[in-house]
Design a protein around this ligand. Structure first.
Ligand code: ATP
Ligand code: MG
Length: 253
């Protein structure tokens, strides 16, 4: 769907009427300091859904994720999560309502061990939940093998899994993933996407930004194309992949 269809799709029947909305972003204007990057961005994630954001470098994909997590200057619009208005809340508050976030860069503590990194993921709790650590190790066995190793000495793929594991420590309802496959060797990219599928299959909704756009759209339920800080397209992953204009303009043909 093009931008006009996207408007009617996000404001008309269908998406607007669904009762299983988890994250609802409407009319978001946001940026850094006085600099506005996003203009009137709408976005939804439904319970258990897997949603991908694609778009060119500098489109505002990371800024959108950061805005949901309370890390940008909001200039307008609303962000709703599970019937709560979280507009303008700070990250430590947003973690509490059930959102986990894995940033694009600097997403682990290099000088801490793997296990200490996981413990940091639950810092808002009085006691480290051992069952949560167990669940992360079951999902990522390599992290258990490396639990006493300094995180900064692990490979890029292992560090990315640690960052995801840390974000899973509080068992979020929604996991925000910013470029989880960036910098990984091709075989590890597939492994990372498989892990994300598993996390989603276990019930966690995913909102993911990916440069590896075609693979991400193949795997997700629904996708958004952002450009110049604005919504350009929104549709199922497969429909976006089949759209000639989207392919030509955003997916390299
Ligand atoms: N901390 C910041 N302060 C000022 N401007 C920023 C900041 N972070 C990002 N920007 C600017 O905001 C715009 C959107 O950046 P953003 O990181 O959201 O893009 P992106 O779509 O994630 O791109 P990429 O694919 O390169 O990760 C860019 O023009 C960028 O230079
Ligand atoms: Mg980015």
């Amino acid at each position: 769907m093009s931008v006009d269809a996207n408007r009617s799709a996000t404001s008309g029947a269908g998406i607007e009427d669904r009762s299983d909305v988890l994250l609802r972003v409407r009319g978001l204007d946001a940026g850094y300091g006085d600099l506005q990057i996003l203009t009137d961005v709408d976005m939804d994630v439904f319970d258990g859904e897997y949603v991908t954001i694609v778009g060119p470098n500098g489109a505002g994909k990371s800024t959108t994720m950061k805005s949901v997590f309370g890390l940008t200057a909001l200039m307008g619009g609303d962000i709703q999560f599970k019937d709560e208005d979280i507009t303008g809340r700070k990250p430590e508050n947003i973690i509490h309502v059930g959102v986990g976030y894995v940033p694009q860069n600097d997403n682990i503590f290099s000088a801490l061990t793997v296990e200490e990194n996981l413990e940091m993921g639950a810092y808002i709790l009085d006691d480290v939940p051992q069952d949560a650590i167990r669940a992360v190790y079951d999902r990522f066995p390599i992290l258990e093998e490396r639990k006493h190793q300094k995180a900064g000495t692990m490979s890029g793929g292992q560090q990315q899994m640690l960052a995801m594991g840390r974000a899973l420590m509080l068992d979020p309802d929604l996991l925000l993933l910013d470029e989880p496959s960036a910098g990984l060797a091709p075989d590890l990219v597939d492994e990372m996407f498989d892990k994300i599928d598993e996390i989603n299959d276990a019930g966690t909704a995913i909102l993911m930004v990916e440069q590896n756009a075609k693979e991400a759209l193949r795997r997700c339920d629904r996708g958004y194309v952002l450009a110049n800080g604005q919504n350009r397209y929104m549709d199922t992953g497969s429909a976006l992949l089949e759209d000639e204009q989207v392919r030509q303009d955003f997916l390299g043909g």
